[in-house]
Write a protein that binds this ligand. Structure first.
Ligand SMILES: CC(C)(COP(=O)(O)OP(=O)(O)OC[C@H]1O[C@@H](n2cnc3c(N)ncnc32)[C@H](O)[C@@H]1OP(=O)(O)O)[C@@H](O)C(=O)NCCC(=O)NCCS
Length: 239
């Protein structure tokens, strides 16, 4: 993994957008487009409008921002102005040869896209709100997973938020390939060693302890905590 650049200045959504746009969450073959939801609005394709029947205004705005940002990112691969409809399972229908992921949280939306090759699938998660709920730690992580993460990050709350975000991003990269749902305990997150450099400290690795078949794919990721938000990016390579 390449070393991460930290060029983010300030706080809140602006800092989160800058961190996303720096490209530090993903390898260089992934293109990121990020912005404030209100700034990426405009007409949608009729097949996209179908996904918004009975949608609330909030849902309409976040959906539209995701589509406009994804189209912006795809221009880097010569894909101009194409519809990204939504399947019944809520996954976006990317154009042939393209893999992508969308996330929205608070005022921020981001889309990441890449041309499929060895890199088969990508997942992005942006989380602003602190995660809340009874017994959340046990629901999201195993205790040894959380202990190890807390040792590395020196912050239990942050460790839990990053584990949560990393698993959401993992699921988004997983689902387009395997098409199956996963429980939070199906996936184990390992953080890079703190003894090495900053790039390694921010890297994530994933194991599926109960997966019995040979896994022909490798999942890696990176995380960032900035501007009150946490971000996770996951890439899946064919081995
Ligand atoms: C799909 C899911 C991960 C979305 O995460 P979220 O924090 O609620 O919302 P985000 O804004 O980050 O992401 C929403 C986007 O994810 C994408 N998405 C939805 N379902 C998806 C799926 N099955 N696979 C990949 N991407 C999906 C969509 O693009 C959606 O935005 P859109 O509807 O505007 O196009 C979440 O709702 C979910 O179903 N989680 C259960 C599975 C899970 O997390 N298991 C444990 C971890 S292994």
């Amino acid at each position: 993994m390449e070393s991460l650049r930290r060029e983010t200045i300030g706080n809140g959504p602006g800092a989160v957008i800058a961190a996303l746009e720096s490209g530090a969450l993903f390898p260089k073959e992934v293109v990121v487009a990020a912005g404030r939801i209100v700034e990426f609005q405009g007409p949608l394709f009729p097949e996209e409008e179908l996904a918004l029947r009975n949608a609330s205004l909030k849902r309409r705005l976040e959906f539209a921002a995701g589509r406009h940002l994804a189209r912006k990112a795809m221009t880097s691969f010569g894909v101009d102005n194409c519809a990204i409809s939504m399947r019944a399972d809520r996954t976006p229908v990317w154009p042939d040869g393209i893999a992508g992921s969308i996330s929205h949280s608070g005022e921020v939306c981001a889309a990441v896209v890449t041309k499929k090759g060895d890199l088969m699938s990508i997942g992005l998660d942006v989380e602003f709100a602190p995660i809340e709920g009874e017994h959340l730690e046990r629901y999201v992580s195993t205790s040894d997973e959380l202990v190890l993460a807390s040792e590395i990050l020196k912050d239990d709350g942050l460790a839990l938020r990053i584990i949560f975000s990393a698993k959401e991003a993992f699921f988004k990269a997983w689902y387009p390939i395997f098409g199956s749902f996963l429980d939070f305990h199906d996936v184990r997150v390992r953080f890079g060693s703190p003894a090495i450099d900053v790039a390694c400290r921010r890297s994530l690795h994933f194991d599926l302890p109960n997966w019995r078949k040979p896994l022909q794919y490798r999942f890696d990721g990176r995380w960032e905590a900035v501007g009150g938000g946490v971000l996770a990016g996951v890439v899946c390579y064919k081995q």
